[in-house]
Design a protein around this ligand. Structure first.
Ligand SMILES: [Zn+2]
Length: 254
C-alpha cells in the first residue's frame, strides 16, 4: 500500500536514501576488499615458509661445504703421511727437496681446509639459529593464520548483515517516494561521482549556489527551489538541489 507523501517528504526520503546508499557503497567496497585481504594473509604465510626453506637450504649448503673441507683436510693429511714415508726411500737430494716442497704445499692446503672447517662451524651455528627463528615464525603464523582469516570472514559477515539492514531501510523509504524523483536519482547516481542530492548553499534572497559544482543558481532554478517540491536541478552539473530550510524547516545546526 502506497502511502501518500508530500513532494517535500519525497525529497526528504531521497536525501535519506542517498545517505544509505553512501553507507552501502562503503560496505560494498569493504566486502570487495575481503578476497584480497585473505589472499594477502595467505601470501604472507607462504613468504614465511619460503624464508624457512631458504634458511634450511643455506644450512644444508654449509654442512655439505664443511664435509667437503673435512674430506680435503683428511686427504691432505694422508698425502703428507705418504710423502713422509716416501722421504726415507729417496736417495737424490733434488728429489728429496722436491718432495719436501710437496709436503709443505700439502700442509698449507690442509691448514687452509681446517681453518675453513672452523669458519664453517661458526657459520653453521648462525645458520641453524636462523633456521630455528624462521621455523618459529612459520609456526606462529600457522597458528594465527586460521584466526586471522576467520576474523576477516566475521568482519565480512558483519558488513553483509549491516548492508542487509541498510537495504531494508532503503526499501522502506522507497515506498513513499515519487517514481520520477527516484528514477532521476538512479540515473544521476550512475553518472556522477559523490553526492547526487545536494544542499544549496546560501539563503533565498542572497546568492544561492549548487552544493555539488558551486555554480550560482540561475533565476529559474531559484524559482523551482522555492516551489512546494523544494528541489531544483542544477543546470551545470545536473545534481538535484534542495534548500535545507524548505525541506527540513530549520537552518543547519552544526
Ligand atoms: Zn551543480
Amino acid at each position: 500500500m502506497a502511502i501518500f507523501h508530500s513532494p517535500k517528504e519525497s525529497v526528504k526520503a531521497l536525501i535519506a536514501v542517498q545517505e544509505l546508499d553512501l553507507e552501502l557503497d562503503k560496505l560494498a567496497a569493504g566486502l570487495a576488499a575481503v578476497p584480497a585481504r585473505k589472499a594477502a594473509e595467505e601470501a604472507a604465510f607462504e613468504a614465511q615458509k619460503g624464508a624457512l626453506a631458504a634458511a634450511k637450504a643455506e644450512l644444508i649448503r654449509l654442512q655439505v661445504e664443511k664435509k667437503s673441507k673435512e674430506l680435503l683436510a683428511a686427504e691432505k693429511e694422508e698425502e703428507i703421511r705418504k710423502h713422509q714415508r716416501d722421504l726415507n726411500q729417496i736417495k737424490s737430494n733434488e728429489a728429496y727437496k722436491a718432495l719436501e716442497n710437496e709436503i709443505a704445499f700439502a700442509s698449507r692446503e690442509k691448514d687452509e681446509a681446517e681453518t675453513a672447517v672452523l669458519e664453517l662451524m661458526e657459520r653453521i651455528d648462525r645458520a641453524a639459529a636462523a633456521e630455528k627463528a624462521e621455523q618459529a615464525a612459520v609456526n606462529a603464523l600457522a597458528s594465527s593464520l586460521k584466526g586471522r582469516l576467520a576474523a576477516i570472514d566475521a568482519e565480512a559477515a558483519d558488513m553483509g548483515s549491516r548492508a542487509d539492514g541498510l537495504r531494508a531501510r532503503r526499501e522502506a523509504l522507497l515506498g513513499g517516494m515519487s517514481a520520477d524523483l527516484l528514477e532521476r536519482y538512479g540515473f544521476l547516481r550512475d553518472r556522477l561521482r559523490g553526492l547526487v542530492v545536494t544542499e544549496v548553499s546560501g539563503q533565498p534572497g542572497e546568492k544561492l549556489s549548487c552544493g555539488g559544482c558551486h555554480m550560482r543558481l540561475r533565476p529559474q532554478e531559484e524559482v523551482d527551489l522555492l516551489k512546494p517540491e523544494g528541489f531544483a536541478i542544477c543546470g551545470e552539473c545536473r545534481r538535484l538541489m534542495y534548500l535545507r530550510t524548505t525541506i527540513f524547516g530549520a537552518a543547519k545546526t552544526q
